[in-house]
Design a protein around this ligand. Structure first.
Ligand SMILES: [Zn+2]
Length: 141
């Protein structure tokens, strides 16, 4: 994982950051008050956003990353190039469940998913990949 500054970001990254940041405002998080937004760049160029959706039964909560991925899948989109995760505070990396789910689609498509983490508190960025976050993800093939 490397820190990058805003000047490093190409136009696709900038658009993804903007989309993830806006999606964060749609988070349903009455329990944690922790808003997270995500934006996936699909191979066909489409961008699909997601936000965290909490539930009184905490285990039913879905993170922003999986929310975006489910939304994309619902539209038949399964090949992803990039993901941005934007949070209000300091940078936060995807949880273990999200890493595994993201790994699934990276593994199926054969595409390495680049992941940019964005912390709005200090407008900081870290760049990583799904392979770096989950080097030995579970595969059933
Ligand atoms: Zn997660």
């Amino acid at each position: 994982m490397i820190e990058v500054d805003q000047g490093y970001l190409d136009s696709d990254w900038v658009e993804l950051v903007k989309t993830a940041s806006q999606a964060k405002n749609n988070a349903y998080c009455p329990y944690s008050q922790y808003q997270v937004g995500a934006a996936l760049l699909c191979v066909n160029g489409e961008i699909v956003a997601g936000a965290n959706v909490e539930n009184a039964a905490y285990g039913s909560t879905i993170c922003a990353e999986r929310s975006a991925l489910v939304a994309a899948n619902s539209r038949g989109l399964r090949d992803f190039k990039r993901l941005v995760v934007s949070v209000v505070g300091e940078i936060a990396a995807p949880c273990g469940a999200c890493r595994q789910v993201l790994h699934e689609f990276s593994s199926v498509s054969g595409l390495e998913l680049e992941i940019l983490l964005h912390g709005e508190a200090k407008d900081t960025y870290q760049l990583t990949t799904i392979s770096e976050l989950l080097p030995h993800g579970f595969d059933f093939r």
